[in-house]
Ligand binder design. Sequence first.
Ligand SMILES: [Fe+2]
Length: 286
Amino acid sequence: MRDITTENITRAVQESWANADDPRLKEVLQRLAHHLHAFIRDVRPSHDEWLAAVDFLWRCGQISDDKRNEFALLSDVMGATSLVDLMNDTPEATVGSVLGPFYTDDSPTVPFGADLVGDNEGDAILLTGVVRDTAGRPIPGAVVDMWQTNSKGVYATQDPTQADDNLRCKQLCDAEGRYAFTTVEPGPYTIPTDGPVGKLVTHMRRSPWRPAHYHFIVKAEGHQPIVTEIFFPHDPYLGSDAVFGVRAPLVRDISPVANSAGPPVATQRRPLHRIDFDFTLMPVAS
Ligand SMILES: [Fe+2]
């Protein structure tokens, strides 16, 4: 018999994981026991409060399916996703930001200078830059994978009225490591507010809004990929992003386009604005 008490229960739980073959998972679970029990000792939840917490998690599971992960949203609004991102950043590389739930790997590959504007509302914006390694060398053939909402803050993957591949693309950088395409400014949007996480956020008088952003994944052979976002300085939600994704180096001005400026682009509407954003990738140690 083991007489479990307030004093020894944490040690007992930690010891229950001690025979695991996976040393990292063993460490994680033992540290989780330490911090979870410390949280309970600190907060001293009543039975009803603890049952409410367990019920909240159950409801997160109930509303999740193959297209929706309420636990990922919970991680986002608690800042856990962003903290993991920040702690795994490489200081020399472009700072990362949240992937979010709207990425799909099947965006069309478009040529340098492509036009994504189509019938979308908004001024055309030239989005261009160079992908380099941490030594400053351009990376020809790097893949820039971008996805964004339309001006109303809606992704094509959420909206049957948009073409499947609207406002998303992959592009291979040219011989100088450049990417360039024209697109429109995305709109801000709220996290889903119909589930337990969104309801908690609004109940607690937190803003459910995300500032408008472009999402990027940038990859190149022999380099660590980057998942990041670009934001705009005029955005009213820049200081209250519901998922804590804003980083100062990722806020970028939309500049007027000088007549002769920028790489050649095929456009349906002449871009009046441009955003310049260079990416820096960390080579993988060989
Ligand atoms: Fe997003």
